[in-house]
Design a protein around this ligand. Structure first.
Ligand SMILES: [Zn+2]
Length: 282
């Protein structure tokens, strides 16, 4: 399927390619590493009949920093009409839905989220009803965002109240840094579930095995590599949201055209106050 890209989000995981960490090979394929794509179908291969030309689609398409991208038809989802007013980035939405599924959270659950960026901000909009949650984040504007999205409380790493330790049945680590793993370990209750949603791709981490072991926790690595699971999660996310639109106005904070994609990367790296996500528009 040939897709005219209308927007592609810049993901924190894209930064390693821009930084040039060891293990990344260049040149990357055209349009990489853009994978948070949104666009419309402009052409179909032989034997492909769905979605139709002109449909708005999102999902798994890996060359999104480009005017056009090619994807397998089964990896894209037609965006429901209620969600077409502004770009909805399917890949991170599916990722948030997968994390939620792996967390085992049910209505009325209680959780802590360590690291509050784009993924966490999507995830809290998908929570089952009546969940109470707190956010722990280094950045003040992230804490404010969490409170606006319904957090009971939001703490910096240096002012988490001591009665929060060992008190959360579910803790979602969503920062991808060592410190967040450590805090998530401290916060999770005995017999609780520590869900690692952060992207820890820039090197090894140290975990407190003694604490994990003693507390008898379940540790879940919530990344998903199976395209079909992603696509199912994306459909489920749209179904679950129904007519209730996502609040993305607080999240899609910056826009760039494709010629200025380097500035978008620079901003995602420096993360100035108020920055959540940059969208690149060809
Ligand atoms: Zn991503």
């Amino acid at each position: 399927m040939l897709v005219r890209i209308r927007a592609c989000g810049l993901c924190g995981s894209d930064l390693n390619a821009w930084r040039g960490v060891p293990g990344i090979e260049y040149p990357m394929p055209a349009g990489a590493p853009g994978h948070e794509t949104w666009g419309e179908v402009v052409g179909l291969g032989d034997h492909v009949s769905h979605p139709r030309v002109d449909e708005t689609v999102t999902g798994l398409l890996w060359n999104g920093f480009a005017e056009f991208g090619v994807a397998r038809a089964e990896n894209l989802v037609v965006v429901p009409t209620a969600f077409r007013t502004a770009p909805v980035l399917g890949e991170p939405l599916a990722c948030a839905m997968n994390v939620l599924r792996r967390s085992g959270l049910v209505a009325g659950g209680r959780l802590a989220i360590v690291g509050f960026g784009y993924l966490a901000a999507l995830l809290v909009q998908l929570l089952p009803t009546g969940c109470d949650w707190v956010a722990i984040s280094r950045r003040q504007d992230s804490r404010q965002l969490a409170l606006r999205l319904g957090a009971q409380a939001a703490y910096g790493f240096d002012n988490v109240p001591s009665d929060a330790w060992d008190s959360f049945a579910v803790v979602i680590e969503a920062a991808g840094v060592q410190q967040a793993l450590d805090y998530a370990t401290w916060l999770v209750a005995y017999g609780g579930r520590l869900v690692i949603a952060g992207y820890h791709a820039d090197g090894p981490r140290t975990v407190n095995m003694q604490s994990w072991n003693w507390k008898g926790i379940d540790v879940i690595n919530a990344h998903e590599r199976q395209p079909s699971v992603y696509v199912d999660a994306l459909r489920n996310a749209f179904d679950q949201l129904g007519e209730r639109p996502l609040d993305l106005t607080l999240l899609h904070t910056h826009s760039f055209d494709l010629d200025h994609v380097n500035e978008a990367f620079g901003l995602a790296e420096s993360r100035p106050a108020g920055f959540v996500k940059a969208l690149v528009h060809p």
